[in-house]
Ligand binder design. Structure first.
Ligand SMILES: *Cc1c(COP(=O)(O)O)cnc(C)c1O
Length: 379
């Protein structure tokens, strides 16, 4: 602020908190990274050929395309008026904060280590972001949550949690719903629920009017490129969010492809993909367990694995140099030296294994050299 004269027009006008905030480091912002094996964003591997004749594009699409909302309601076993289709689950997060938090006044609560977008959306709306960190075994800390009763509008719980991969105990979610019954909405982000389908809390929607559930087609449905997600909540909450959302949230092509993704046949294919992913996950767990440098593998109910090694930095860099990109989680609380591996295709995972073997070879060479040096010095 020292030299007002040298500021650009943008610098003069931008909100100060926006100028100071860091953007979410999405897995696709790293344009400088030259990788041919993306195992860093928990997408489904493989591609599909779409056989679809899109309808005309001169008209605006429906506000909430019926086939999409009905299809999802049927899949999620909820009523149509309990569903809002959005541009990814990320838009659901943003709509909730914009609809329920007064800028500069209200707060959300998050339970780190967890998904990064809750905080980014809160900061961008100038809502406070308070913490109730997970316990050492990555479960809810109920006494810590209780401290926030009456001081927040939204509590975000991610189950299964990204990046720790574990489920949050349902009984604790129910206690949280009761704790905030009269004061806050409890948002359960179920982006990965298809990998453990029966663990959903969707059956609680009818008894708990402060429950909101986030869903997406980006993970198990293998449509991250489509940008389509869903918010499930009481009709009253859905009506509020509908006031704030863009007038035509889903483009016509997105609506048509999403409707197709939600047919019986495609849901069956999605479930097969989940089974396949779970088999590959077991193989990757076995492979990682063979590694001498492995310190810990965390339980996974998702399509990714979190693991810990004191060599996390060296391993991450070595893999990146070999064109295999995984995600470094070291900067999150409780996750020092932790890396996250997405369960991609068999081919991608083979590349990962080869790159790990190469890393081991380089490490052995380096330590032999070091040993020789030490020996020659001691002679
Ligand atoms: C990927 C992810 C999302 C975002 O989903 P989109 O529908 O692609 O916006 C939301 N929450 C969690 C926990 C995720 O991992």
């Amino acid at each position: 602020m020292s030299n007002i004269q040298s500021q650009t027009i943008c610098q003069k006008l931008v909100r100060q908190d926006v100028a100071e905030m860091t953007a979410y480091q999405s897995a696709r912002r790293e344009t400088t990274l030259n990788s041919n094996c993306w195992l860093n964003a928990n997408e489904a591997g493989g591609n599909r050929k779409l056989q679809i004749a899109l309808s005309q594009l001169n008209r605006y699409p429906d506000f909430q395309p019926q086939a999409v909302v009905q299809g999802y309601a049927k899949f999620a076993n909820v009523n149509v008026d309990q569903v809002l289709a959005t541009r990814g689950a990320d838009e659901g997060i943003e709509l909730l904060i914009r609809s329920f938090c007064e800028s500069g006044k209200d707060n959300i609560v998050i339970c780190p280590p967890t998904y990064g977008m809750y905080k980014v959306s809160a900061v961008s709306h100038n809502a406070g972001c308070n913490l109730a960190p997970l316990t050492a075994d990555f479960q809810l800390n109920l006494p810590a949550l209780a401290q926030h009763v009456g001081k927040c509008k939204l509590v975000f719980i991610c189950s299964p949690n990204n990046p720790t991969a574990n489920l949050i105990n349902k009984s604790d979610i129910i206690r949280t719903l009761e704790l905030f019954k009269n004061s806050a909405l409890v948002v359960v982000d179920e982006a990965y629920i298809e990998f453990c389908e029966h663990q959903t809390v969707s059956e609680l929607l009818n008894e708990h009017s402060n429950l909101v559930i986030l869903r997406t087609l980006s993970k198990a449905f293998a449509y991250a490129g489509l940008r389509c997600g869903f918010t499930l909540a009481s009709p009253e909450i859905i009506a509020v969010l509908s006031k704030i959302i863009a007038p035509y949230p889903l483009s016509q092509p997105v609506a048509e492809i999403a409707a197709m993704a939600l047919t019986k046949q495609e849901i069956k294919i999605m479930r097969q993909r989940v089974e396949q992913s779970n088999v590959l996950k077991q193989q990757m767990i076995a492979f990682l367990q063979e590694q001498v440098w492995l310190e810990k593998i965390y339980d996974s109910s998702t399509n990714f694995i979190l693991f810990k090694t004191q060599l996390s930095e060296q391993l991450f860099n070595s893999l990146a140099n070999q064109g295999v990109l995984i995600r470094d989680q070291s900067s999150q609380p409780q996750l020092e030296h932790c890396l996250r591996l997405s369960i991609g295709t068999e081919e991608e995972l083979n590349k990962f294994c080869q790159a790990v073997n190469q890393f081991n070879l380089l490490m052995t060479k380096a330590s032999t050299k070091q040993a020789l040096k030490t020996t020659s010095r001691s002679i």
